[in-house]
Design a binder for this molecule. Structure first.
Ligand code: C2O
Ligand code: CU
Ligand code: CU
Length: 430
């Protein structure tokens, strides 16, 4: 902490080696370690500064996914950090408690940098959320669950794309927090899981092996208005969900990803991994559990506009070849938005491939999915939304600024092979 109260974090991107399977060392990248990065945490109203150094032999960036902050602190493809270089973005946290994350964003190489292990969580807190009786003892009854799919070629990661797989990389097994075959012993009746899909292309439909119901309490940008009882929650790359699951003493259950049927046609579903199923994380309850208070009926009103005061609408057609027919161009500004105004963005899948849509700097409300009210997992604050084949979503968001006509934010498909291939555009706030 600096004299003026600024909370300072140090992140060093470095190459390393990690033993995922016993006796086999895999070459990896990580922040301050061999694989993934530390969980950063700050409160609303706090000033933060991150001192980043690049110990890799290639240039990269660090982007704060889900964070509202000035464009030049965003860590997008315009804020490259050269090998041996440093970068120290600073901003004031001004948004509700949420599960955000950070990862590199070098144009054309994001998939590779994330796959090698550069990703971590950035948790935000606020006074209202602190007062709610939610499981919030980090690492005890409040667990980060970073889900990635991987494939090994002997001891090393195999990042090859298979034939017919225009989705990008699809692994044949999953890891949680960089661990294969993970299990977790829990000692509380209620356990909160902060699920992050940090995979580069794979979509998961999370639920439990015994089909038990759980409470969805939060989405990308923070807590929901009220907990929603669910038995599945679908997350495409980049999306988060906070769920609370009730355990009984001595029992076991497995967080699993189930086959999905909403990718478009059966062929697309099959070749983009929608038929696959994975055991993701086993929870093992201790023989006796600490009692947890009941979940509150009301959590927090998501701070996202409802579309009624939108000053403008825009349309985004998603194709693998580019958004609105244009592949990403670092020198072209695609959209100019006005500081302080709300807008409605309509996003349509135009080629039937699975895509999603992520907007930097803002959280949005999903007003409609194919003209209908969205399901509970899309009713909170979101910064990324799945847009599978045959889908059109309508989003409402407000651009708070600050104005910076020279530095763009990005919007893009978060299937990183698509993003790298040009499914990205740039907007400035003026
Ligand atoms: Cu998670 Cu533009 O990024
Ligand atoms: Cu982002
Ligand atoms: Cu895509």
């Amino acid at each position: 902490v600096e004299a003026d109260g600024t909370r300072v974090f140090d992140l060093r991107m470095q190459a390393g080696e990690k033993e995922f399977k016993s006796g086999q060392r895999t070459r990896t990248w990580g922040f301050n370690g061999d694989y993934l990065g530390p969980t950063l945490r700050a409160g609303r109203g706090e000033k933060v500064k991150v001192r980043i150094s690049n110990g890799l032999d290639e240039a990269s960036t660090v982007h704060w996914h889900g964070m509202h902050l000035p464009a030049r602190m965003d860590g997008g493809p315009h804020q490259m950090v050269e090998p041996g270089g440093t970068w120290s973005p600073r901003w004031t946290v001004d948004q509700p408690a949420a599960t955000l994350w950070y990862h590199p964003h070098p144009h054309g190489a994001t998939e590779k940098h994330v796959q090698r292990g550069l990703a971590g969580m950035f948790l935000l807190d606020d006074d209202k959320a602190r007062k709610l009786p939610l499981p919030d003892d980090y690492g005890v009854d409040d667990l980060p669950v970073i889900v990635q799919d991987v494939r090994f070629d002997g001891a090393q990661f195999d990042h090859g794309h298979q034939l017919m797989r225009n989705t990008g990389f699809l692994g044949d097994r999953t890891m949680v927090n960089g661990t294969l075959n993970p299990y977790r012993e829990v000692g509380d009746e209620l356990v909160r899981l902060r699920l992050l899909n940090a995979s580069t292309a794979r979509v998961y439909d999370f639920g439990f092996s015994d089909d038990r119901r759980f409470s969805l309490i939060g989405t990308d940008g923070g807590l929901l208005a009220q907990p929603a009882a669910m038995d599945r929650v679908q997350l495409s790359p980049g999306e988060r969900a906070e769920i609370v699951v009730r355990m009984k003493a001595g029992e076991r259950t497995v967080l699993r990803s189930f086959p999905q049927d909403n990718y478009g046609d059966a062929w697309q579903t099959r070749f983009s991994g929608g038929d696959d199923s994975f055991d993701v994380l086993e929870l093992r309850a201790k023989a006796s559990l600490r009692p947890s208070p009941a979940l509150p009926g009301h959590l927090a009103e998501p701070e996202v506009p409802d579309g009624t005061d939108s000053a403008r609408s825009r349309f985004f057609g998603l194709r693998m070849s580019g958004i609105n027919g244009r592949p990403m161009d670092m020198a072209r500004i695609d959209e100019v938005v006005t500081r302080g105004t709300a807008e409605t963005w309509t996003v349509r899948n135009e080629d039937g491939m699975p895509h999603n849509f992520h907007v930097h700097d803002v959280q949005f409300r999903v007003l409609e999915v194919n003209g209908e009210r969205p399901p509970p997992e899309l009713r909170g604050a979101k910064d990324t939304v799945f847009v599978p084949g045959g889908t059109t979503v309508k989003l409402a968001m407000r651009f708070e600024g600050p104005a910076d006509p020279d530095t763009p934010y990005m919007y893009h498909c978060h299937l990183l092979y698509h993003e790298d291939g040009g499914m990205m555009g740039q907007f400035v706030v003026v």
